[in-house]
Each structure stands twice: as C-alpha cells, then as structure tokens.
Design a protein around this ligand. Structure first.
Ligand code: GLP
Length: 264
C-alpha cells in the first residue's frame, strides 16, 4: 500500500483522475471499477474535463460499479445508475452498453449477483478499481464483519451508513434503502490496481484505522493492506491521524514514479 498526501481535496481528486487518465491512454479498452459518493464527484468532474479539453477517449472503456441500492430502479434519481449517468457517463464518450452496475431492482437478487461476478470475469477482470471509504470504514457496501473473501451479494446497511448517505436522499434517513447489492471484498481485491480517495477531517480517524491498524472485518477497508498494488490518495485534513505522515510525504517528494505528478 502507498499513501499519498495532497494539500487539498481538490488536488487529491485531480491526482486520482490523472492516474486513471494515464492508464486509459495506455490501454484504451481497459476495465474500470467505479465508486459513488460525494468524494468521487470531483474525480468525475476532472475526467469529464479531460475528455472535453484533451479528448481523453472512453469509447472502448468498460466500467463496473461497486454497488447499487436494492429496490431502486435505474431511472430513480437516487440510484447509483442515475448518479453515474449524471456525473460521468453523460459527460464523456463512453458507450452506455459498456457500463455496468448490479441491478438492485432484479427479481432474483442472488442470481443477479452471480451474473455480475460472471460479467466481470468475462471482461477479463478489473484493471483499476476506484474506491472511497464510508464513515464506518466500509468499501463498496461491505459493512463491518463482511467476510474478507466475500463476493458480490446483498448486504444490509448499518444505521451509520444510512445516516451518512441521507444527504443524498434529501436529508431523509427514512428514504435511504435498507439493503444494497455490493461487490465483495474478494471481488475488490481481485482488481489489478486499486485507487482509494479519502478526503476531509471527518474521515481522519477511520482512515488511520484502515491504513495503519490491524486487518479486521470490522473495518473492511483494512483488507486493502492485503492488495499488492493499492494507492491511497488523501488530503491534508484526512491525513491528520496517520502516524507515518512524514514517510508518506517523503515518498511523494522523492520516488521517481511520482515525478510527473510533482511537476504540476
Ligand atoms: C457509499 C458508497 C461507498 C462510498 C461511500 C463514501 O457508502 N457505497 O462506495 O465510498 O458512500 O461516500 P462519500 O464520498 O459521500 O463520503
């Protein structure tokens, strides 16, 4: 795992977008794992801008989102499909048929989860998985005690997650669905590369647990410590509780791999 600290949330999101853009240019038919949430909005804004300004080409790219609420139709404005259309898919030249989310409105949710796993497999697996972290340290909707080898399945959301996501439902916790379909931790760890973006002071303590604490299913983001190529990009505010901050800063300032990103 590598932790990179950027001065602001804006710069952290830009770095994540640039890392994605670099891989997309190197392999136009790459398979991108996507996340939702407020943190990701800036990343998608930058990718849309790179498409508009620099002709970043999404025409061959295939995407798989981490999760979707159970019971919401893709047309529902609170669904993650709607979020993705709004923040990314409608703003770049991606073929909508190449964009995939689990269908939370499927009649047979178990079969839908199996279908989703098979589809990822048939596409050759995920090249880069983008991740955020929930207030309780979840990735996707892998709530505390999710098996570290879990695959795509239905999960009940914790009250903390429901509260955290209420602002996206007009502030009404009662409007947030109680269940979701989510890639499992095993599914996420199968991606070749992982990019995690965490910003804001309110995530500082859960980020420290995920990155520097013991690997535990109580904080499912801690499972990322098992991944061979996981970068965690954070802003100053989120980095406040990290014991290794000085070392992480040193890495960004000195390691050759980061040179092109230091220049700007
Ligand atoms: C939801 C999503 C997660 C996301 C999290 C963080 O729970 N399922 O994938 O990481 O929200 O959201 P935010 O960026 O709004 O803090």
């Amino acid at each position: 795992m590598e932790v990179i600290i950027q001065p602001t949330a804006e710069k952290a999101a830009l770095l994540v977008a640039r890392l994605i853009a670099r891989r997309l240019r190197a392999k136009p038919a790459f398979v991108l794992g996507l996340a939702t949430g407020r943190t990701m909005e800036q990343v998608y804004g930058h990718l849309a801008e790179m498409h508009r300004r620099d002709h970043l080409d999404f025409s061959l790219c295939r995407t798989f989102n981490l999760d979707e609420y159970v019971g919401l139709s893709p047309k529902d404005q609170h669904s993650y499909r709607y979020y993705m259309d709004q923040h990314l898919f409608s703003r770049v030249n991606i073929d909508r048929r190449n964009t995939h989310l689990p269908n939370g409105a499927a009649r047979d949710l178990g079969a839908e989860c199996v279908r989703y796993e098979e589809l990822i497999h048939d596409c050759g697996g995920i090249d880069v998985q983008l991740l955020g972290i929930g207030a309780d340290g979840h990735i996707g909707f892998n709530e505390p005690l999710s098996a570290l080898r879990s695959r795509t399945r239905e999960k009940a959301l914790t009250p903390a997650t429901i509260r955290q996501n209420a602002p996206l439902f007009g502030g009404k916790a009662s409007a947030v669905p109680r269940r979701a379909l989510t890639m499992g931790i095993g599914t996420i760890l199968d991606a070749s590369h992982i990019l995690t973006l965490v910003t804001g002071a309110e995530k500082a303590s859960i980020l420290a647990k995920a990155v520097e604490g013991p690997i535990t299913s109580m904080v499912t983001a801690s499972a990322l410590q098992l991944h061979a190529d996981c970068k965690v990009i954070v802003d100053e505010a989120a980095s406040k509780r990290l014991r290794g901050r000085d070392y992480y800063r040193w890495i960004f300032r000195n390691e050759p791999e980061w040179q092109e990103f230091r220049a700007r």
